[in-house]
Design a binder for this molecule. Structure first.
Ligand SMILES: Cc1cc2nc3c(=O)[nH]c(=O)nc-3n(C[C@H](O)[C@H](O)[C@H](O)COP(=O)(O)OP(=O)(O)OC[C@H]3O[C@@H](n4cnc5c(N)ncnc54)[C@H](O)[C@@H]3O)c2cc1C
Length: 580
């Protein structure tokens, strides 16, 4: 079996996700969980094999970029071949429901697929990630007519999708969007310019635009924005007003076309409610954030694998460098970063899945065809609400941790390769060049930790820590219990420090990254302990994560507690020394 399908993935497939409840809620009947799980495993095994087979060609073609030819975006050959293979295998749009021609795969499986694709080529992953994300947004928010028209074509890969938010003046701040949507005779037309659009040459664009009738009063805010499906070819067969004006040259993910798009009187079809486009787009972005976290994990896996393999064969001072204590520590640290981030991602995905399944069960109950008693319904609604809070915190944390891990692990992988790592054709060099962007798009790391802070400000820690505490108190085996106690102590320290942030919003923002780190440390710590319980070979991994991270947590919490917004003045004084 391909090592693209890692032990950790199999643990979640076999033991660490409650698939029985998932399938029962989703399908409304007692499911044979073994059969369902075997089907998911088959999809993952197929994808693992395809990705592993594609890897050499994709890595060899890494520096070949897409080209703009007569206004059409042409993928480089290695990407086109890979897309064709994925399409043939039916693996281009993972979450589209069966009724629209897809597999309706759970978020966990869909994101593991993206992770595998990313391990083979992070550029290819962006194309497939957006394909999945755009289709899911259409599925969640569009009219039945749009769904029936486009989703089967997404599922088969006949059409591809892009998400068009960014404008020159509107990057992290989407309230600055100026692309305009104007209604005329019951139709809507889009005018404006978008930049940095991944796979911008594709057929279907989901565009966030400001509505003309509230343009002036909503300017500078995320109100008054609506989401439109803008096809390059109209249902009449006419060409729509969508033009790719430029393709960017980049530091990495060369196979992924990054386009500037000009919209001129382009007809758009409303997705969701008018004026609430930001909300609909947030849902796409949250899914996409998990996707980019998976992209990071895929790159990190690839970088770690080449690092370990190189360190085992490179001999210096009469022994493989992997035997040098410093190198052992570095390789172990890289593994810890990868596995901690992965644990956060998989738990976030499992909560998303649980909630989607609960929504189906509740919808059936509302239609009167369900099997829920009134008490069960209330209980499920409460679970849904708690999960929602957990997902809102875990999503930015998973994106932040997974992508920063990709960045640092791929950089470490270069270091492990010594001078060879710095050569133009070096594998870790390519992986590092690809990793950088993951910390920038779908919301930069700074935006992710600010989102996490916002959720904490709304009280998310109470719900998240309640769930953690319950889990941590179930460990009975002494070795596991001892580690669990350390995590529980870490949680208390975080609660003490978080209180110090309530007084001053600027100071809280300044400390957002530290807070995100410590919260991620305890969540991943608990998760790694669950892994160790299921597979004792993972005990040292969990214990080492907890020991290293809890030491770091202690000093971060102390620093947060002792500081105040005055530190911002000190920052300004320090920056002034560099001429700022
Ligand atoms: C290869 C690539 C592909 C992309 N694909 C897409 C796509 O498909 N669709 C799309 O719509 N967009 C896409 N983007 C755009 C991407 O999402 C933005 O580049 C990103 O959101 C950051 O915006 P910006 O570049 O304007 O940076 P800015 O927003 O100007 O940020 C610059 C720096 O300031 C920091 N910063 C900004 N605000 C704050 C704050 N409040 N607090 C602390 N720090 C802050 C940021 O973290 C960053 O470090 C892509 C970009 C690239 C490079």
């Amino acid at each position: 079996m391909s090592d693209y399908l890692s032990d950790a993935v199999l643990l979640y497939l076999q033991e660490l996700i409650d698939w029985e409840s998932y399938f029962n809620w989703r399908k409304g009947e007692e499911s044979d969980v073994e059969i369902e799980r075997a089907a998911l495993r088959e999809v993952l095994e197929t994808a693992a094999q395809i990705c592993e087979e594609m890897e050499p060609e994709l890595r060899a073609g890494w520096d070949q970029a897409a080209r703009l030819v007569d206004g059409e975006v042409v993928y480089p050959p290695h990407i086109q071949t890979a897309l064709d293979k994925m399409r043939e295998a039916g693996l281009v749009s993972f979450g589209v429901e069966e009724e629209y021609g897809g597999f309706g795969l759970p978020s966990f499986v869909a994101n593991v697929l993206l992770q595998m694709v990313s391990r083979a080529d992070a550029g290819l992953m962006t194309i497939l990630g957006l394909q999945a994300g755009v289709a899911e947004d259409i599925q969640q928010y569009a009219s039945e007519e749009l769904k029936r028209t486009y989703l089967p074509r997404f599922a088969s890969g006949e059409v591809m999708g892009a998400m068009d938010l960014t404008e020159p003046q509107a990057g992290s701040d989407l309230g600055a969007i100026l692309t305009r949507a104007t209604e005329k005779d019951g139709r809507t037309f889009i005018d404006g310019d978008k930049i940095f659009i991944t796979n911008g040459g594709c057929e279907i664009h989901l565009v966030l635009a400001r509505d003309d009738d509230t343009f002036e009063q909503s300017k500078g805010t995320t109100k008054g924005l609506s989401l439109y499906l803008v096809p390059r070819t109209l249902p009449s067969g006419e060409k729509n007003g969508v033009t790719v004006t430029r393709l960017e040259e980049k530091l990495g993910i060369h196979g992924s076309p990054t386009a500037a798009i000009h919209f001129e009187q382009a007809e758009g079809f409303l997705v969701g409610t008018k004026g609430e486009g930001f909300k609909a787009m947030l849902s796409l972005m949250n899914n996409a954030r998990l996707g980019v976290a998976a992209q990071g994990i895929g790159i990190a896996e690839a970088a770690l694998k080449v690092a370990v393999s190189y360190a085992q064969q490179r001999v210096q001072f009469g022994q493989p460098i992997a035997e040098q204590p410093l190198m052992k520590d570095r390789l172990a640290r890289m593994t810890l970063e990868l596995e901690g981030s992965r644990a956060l991602l998989y738990r976030a995905c499992s909560l998303v899945d649980q909630n989607r399944a609960i929504e189906k069960a509740l919808a059936r109950a509302n239609e009167g065809s369900g099997e829920l008693s009134a008490a069960e319904r209330v209980e499920l609604e409460a679970l849904h609400e708690r999960n929602d809070t957990r997902v809102r915190l875990l999503t930015p944390l998973a994106k932040y941790m997974g992508t920063e891990a990709a960045d640092s692990i791929s950089r470490d992988s270069i270091q492990v390769h010594g001078g060879l790592g710095f050569m133009a054709e070096s594998e870790p060099g390519k992986l590092h060049s690809d990793a950088i962007i993951t910390t920038i798009y779908e919301g930069t790391s700074e935006i992710q930790v600010s989102f996490a802070l916002k959720e904490i400000g709304k009280g998310a820690l109470t719900i998240v820590f309640e769930a953690l505490e319950k889990e941590l108190k179930t460990f009975e085996e002494p070795r596991l219990r001892e580690q669990a106690e350390k995590v529980l102590d870490g949680m208390n320290q975080i609660l003490g420090a978080a209180g110090a942030l309530l007084a001053d919003f600027s100071y809280a923002l300044m400390s957002a990254q530290s807070l995100a780190e410590v919260v991620a440390s305890v969540i991943a710590g608990a998760e790694l302990l669950k892994q160790a319980k299921a597979d004792p070979r993972r005990f040292d991994l969990a214990a080492s994560w907890i020991n290293r991270r809890m030491n770091d947590l202690e000093s971060r919490c102390k620093r947060i507690k002792e500081g105040s917004a005055e530190r911002l003045d000190r920052c300004a004084n320090i920056i002034a020394l560099s001429g700022g």
